[in-house]
Design a protein around this ligand. Structure first.
Ligand code: NOJ
Length: 944
């Protein structure tokens, strides 16, 4: 028996190691609730029958809460059936059951600086007669917002704006307008059907339930199921799951899906809904599978696919004919499918979730990045990471022992390849028991950490949510009753890396504090450079249905996984983050946590990566739209494994992947245990130097990148930003997803993602563009987008700075970012055609939370009409010393024409002083102001 079990475990491990099989996942047709809702949609299209109405008498406005409540009534028409009158069954009578009415409470409110929120729940009769499992929570899960929304939103009493509602008896509609924001107007139609029109600046933007696809599968018993269906519905998979890998699902509550359609007017371009290995602009799904959001483990995932992946952010961003933008946030963490149909100047969307409530927030703006901003106002701004964590990360499954780690560390230095983080995957543990170290290989972790700290480096180790059964940690889960439960309310066990495992229930407050106590024992007080990687937290279960936990597992409060699945990963990484934050509180150090699974809100506490990709050109290519997609939904700290997790990449691919990956906000190389070693220094020349140059470039650009991270941390703005987000006025950019800007820095990039290519076609909007390396420029005249062929040599990927911008650089090369703390800055000025340029820099200590109390410097600088440069201090703090060196060592202005205006010296005015500085022209390409002795914490001016 034991042998057989071992064999099964081994077989599953093999499965994990060898490739993801798409057939393990359901198609919509195989998924009960998706199948039923598509079926319903097809039938309603023809019948146009109406089953949902808002009862006008139920409308109530609570002026204290600024909340409108009402009841939507679902009517199930009575059904006729025949009853035999005699025993011989010769005559019968036709009888009819009564109509059934289901009450669905609706709420409407306006959230300040965000948009309008609708919720629709079900008033369930869960009196004891109707339920038979006492530990199961029969209510619809209504707590997602507690996880997804920012704590500030949850605690802000003034978040709900007051609004006026007027009932028009004649038209039978209800008009709702917020009192302080006239840009939104809502009209709820009560006659004939229940539809909601949402106007933005008087234009019809969205219609809810336009196609009558609203469907709330209300609570009923299996025996009475038939009587609870309307003719357009089917009962496929309502009480049993027929999919071969999830047949054991007990479906204790029966059908309980929620679905709704939203028509997006004037739009043929919608984006968002990560995570999918697909194009940035979402595709029409009429003849294919819908996009699915269900966190699962998809080793070597399929490309250009709508299948689910590790994370889920149900935010769709729509471009209304390049005139304005909207966002639809479907806040539901259950298994969710979304159909998209592009029509004539409108897009129909159909949202289908297996359980929970309808909770949608609609947002509008003239600019796309404002939708992201509104979304992160709601779900929290992205974390401001440790400055070191935006440097280079060297990872591999696995670095085998302390000597191995220190050898990599030394080799990186010997080869002058800067890096900040080194990682330990699974095998550093003692027999895959998390919170332990493999005794002989890592006999003295503190010594290792101290050693790395000398070089300013950090170590990340993997801790997953599955806990091997039968050691101290799993005993604690059992003792404290904080393991995820199976449908019988016993600790759920399944197979993952360590074999038979339990899962921590991080939904539970007690679970979370137990998790925290594990870290207290595991981390070291005297060193603070140990951080955590939460992997496999979808959760991944090797012997579970669709690679994950069964949907009928139970979490805190008796809720099924069915209702909360996509939030689980976030509860885990948030709990890890809180543990680290508390543990390192005496250092006030920002934690670093990497997660694989995510939901809306994950951006507040963690970085993420795109999971198990493959070392092929196609995976390199898809990484760009994947990273862009997360960036537009407010989760910018993301990257893909460089140069492909599994397989052995050819040298050309390695180089091109580093050249693309240097722009990922999270810049990490990682490799599968079966792949050959490929640390950058192992390559022969010239490959090694090319990679070294790329990594050094990242370090050179750290001041610009860190400033982008800081901006994103206050407004959610994308760091890797799609063309259409930066230049929404150009239709040509609507589906460009292989070229991008770095935030608003003016850096414009198109990585090479094809083999054997040394030329790329790039699109440029009107303006001036400078090659970063040579500072040679060209001008795009007129008002049209132009395509230009660009030489993209293997040894140096070109990228451009758009005229009008000033980059900040640190040009001294060091071994790690921390060692650059006292290095001065360079300003690289790229003037626009009128000789103007703008830039700014954010500087803090890069490590602590002192910035939250104002210990940071923000300066901006301008080139004005090619006549002078000025610097302003936008925010200053007392403890300027903690920010390191804040001096400008050099200013490079990419315009030699300027030279005509001055001789060899320029006059600098700063802090009441006036002095001359030397100026030069380099290579006929740029003017160079050497050692201007300018301090960024002063106001300054240079006159030409
Ligand atoms: C799966 C992760 O996606 C991968 O990055 C990691 O190396 C393996 N688990 C082993 O921990």
């Amino acid at each position: 028996m034991r042998l057989l079990r071992r064999f099964i475990v081994f077989a599953f491990l093999l499965f994990e190691t060898f490739a993801f099989k798409e057939y393990l996942l359901k198609t919509c047709g195989e998924s009960g609730f998706c199948n039923r809702n598509r079926h319903y949609a097809n039938n309603i299209k023809n019948s146009k029958n109406i089953y949902y109405n808002l009862d006008p008498k139920s409308i109530n406005y609570d002026s204290k809460l600024n909340l409108l409540t009402a009841s939507v009534i679902k009517t199930i028409p009575g059904q006729e059936f025949e009853v035999f009158e005699d025993d011989e069954q010769t005559s019968f009578q036709t009888t009819k059951t009564d109509d059934k009415f289901i009450e669905l409470p609706i709420t409407i409110n306006f959230l300040k600086d965000i948009g309008v929120r609708f919720t629709l729940n079900e008033k369930r009769d869960i009196s004891l007669d109707n339920i038979n499992i006492d530990y199961l929570n029969y209510n619809r899960y209504n707590e997602t917002s507690n996880w997804a929304f920012d704590s500030k939103i949850l605690s802000d009493n003034d978040i709900n704006l007051s609004f006026t509602h007027t009932f028009d008896k004649k038209k039978n509609n209800l008009k709702i307008i917020p009192n302080n924001d006239k840009s939104i107007e809502i009209v709820i139609h009560l006659k004939d059907s229940f539809t909601i029109d949402v106007y933005y600046n008087s234009q019809l933007a969205l219609t809810i339930n336009d196609k009558l696809l609203l469907n709330i599968e209300h609570f009923r018993s299996e025996e009475e199921n038939q009587l609870n269906l309307v003719p357009e519905e089917s009962s496929f998979g309502s009480f049993e799951d027929v999919f071969q890998y999830s047949k054991d699902d007990t479906l204790p509550i029966g059908p309980e899906s929620v679905a709704l359609d939203v028509t997006i007017h004037g739009s043929n371009d919608v984006y968002g809904l990560p995570e999918h290995a697909d194009s940035l602009r979402l595709k029409d799904t009429s003849d294919t599978e819908p996009y699915r959001l269900y966190n699962v483990d998809v080793f070597e995932y399929t490309l250009m696919s709508k299948m689910p992946m590790y994370g889920a952010i149900p935010l769709m961003i729509s471009n209304h004919d390049n005139k304005f933008w909207s966002g639809i946030f479907w806040n539901n963490p259950a298994d969710t499918w979304i159909d998209i149909k592009y029509g004539n100047k409108e897009t129909s969307t159909h949202w289908i979730s297996e359980a929970g409530i309808i909770d949608i927030v609609l947002m509008f703006s003239d600019m796309p990045n404002q939708i992201t901003k509104k979304f992160t106002t709601l779900t929290g701004n992205p974390t401001l990471p440790l400055l070191s964590s935006i440097g280079y990360h060297q990872c591999r499954w696995n670095y085998n022992d302390e000597i191995d780690v220190l050898t990599v560390n030394a080799e990186m230095d010997r080869n002058q390849i800067p890096y900040d983080f080194i990682w330990l995957d699974l095998e550093y543990t003692d027999d895959r028991k998390y919170f332990t170290w493999k005794p002989n290989s890592f006999s003295n972790p503190k010594r290792l950490l101290k050693n790395l700290q000398k070089f300013g480096r950090q170590l990340v180790v993997l801790i997953d949510p599955h806990i091997k059964d039968g050691y101290e940690i799993s005993d604690k889960l059992r003792e404290n009753d904080v393991a995820v439960k199976d449908h019988n309310n016993n600790p759920y066990t399944g197979i993952c890396w360590p074999g038979k495992s339990l899962w921590i229930d991080s939904f539970s407050k007690i679970g979370s504090s137990i998790w925290n106590s594990f870290f207290k024992k595991f981390l070291y007080k005297s060193v603070n450079n140990l951080f955590i990687w939460n992997d496999m937290n979808e959760p991944s279960v090797f012997d579970g249905p669709e690679t994950s936990a069964p949907k009928d597992v139970l979490y805190d409060g008796g809720f099924e996984g069915r209702s909360v699945h996509n939030v689980y990963g976030m509860t885990l990484h948030e709990s890890t983050y809180d543990s680290l934050k508390e543990f390192y509180s005496e250092y006030d150090k920002r934690p670093f946590v990497l997660t694989r699974a995510f939901y809306a809100g994950s951006q507040r506490t963690s970085a993420v990566w795109t999971g198990d990709n493959v070392a092929t050109w196609d995976y390199l290519k898809v990484s760009i739209p994947m990273v862009l997609s997360n960036n537009i939904v407010g989760y910018p700290f993301i990257g893909a494994d460089i140069a492909g997790f599994s397989g052995d990449p050819e040298e050309e691919l390695v180089v091109r992947w580093y050249q693309a990956g240097v722009w990922y906000p999270f810049f990490r190389a990682h490799a599968h245990i079966d792949s050959k070693r490929r640390e950058p220094y192992l390559f022969k020349e010239p490959i090694k130097s090319i990679i070294r140059d790329v990594i050094q470039l990242r370090y050179k650009l750290l001041p610009t990148l860190y400033t982008l991270f800081q901006e994103s941390s206050i407004d959610g703005s994308p760091i890797m930003s799609p063309m259409i987000f930066n230049k929404p006025q150009y239709k040509e950019f609507v589906d460009v997803d292989d070229q991008f800007y770095m935030g608003n820095s003016g850096i414009l990039v198109k990585p090479v993602t094809e083999k054997g290519i040394e030329n790329i076609d790039m699109l440029f909007a009107p303006g001036v563009y400078y090659n970063f390396y040579t500072l040679e420029s060209f001008v795009i005249k007129g008002d049209k987008i132009e395509s230009k062929s660009i030489v993209a040599p293997f040894n140096k990927l070109p990228f451009f700075i758009e005229g009008g911008n000033i980059l900040t650089l640190r040009e001294n090369m060091r071994r790690s970012s921390i060692l650059m703390h006292n290095d001065p800055y360079t300003l690289l000025v790229a003037p626009d055609k009128n000789g103007n340029a703008n830039g700014s820099i954010y500087i803090d200590d890069g490590v602590t939370f002192a910035y939250e109390k104002g210990t940071y410097l923000k300066s901006s600088f301008k080139l004005i009409d090619g006549n002078k440069m000025v610097g302003e201090v936008d925010h200053l703090c007392e403890d300027i010393k903690s920010l390191g060196n804040v001096e400008i060592r050099e200013i490079k202005i990419a315009n030699t024409e300027l030279k005509k205006k001055f001789k060899d010296y320029l006059v600098v005015k700063q802090d009441g002083e006036e002095y001359k500085v030397k100026v030069d022209v380099e290579d006929d390409k740029y003017v160079r102001i050497m050692n201007p002795r300018i301090k960024l914490n002063n106001k300054w001016e240079i006159l030409f």
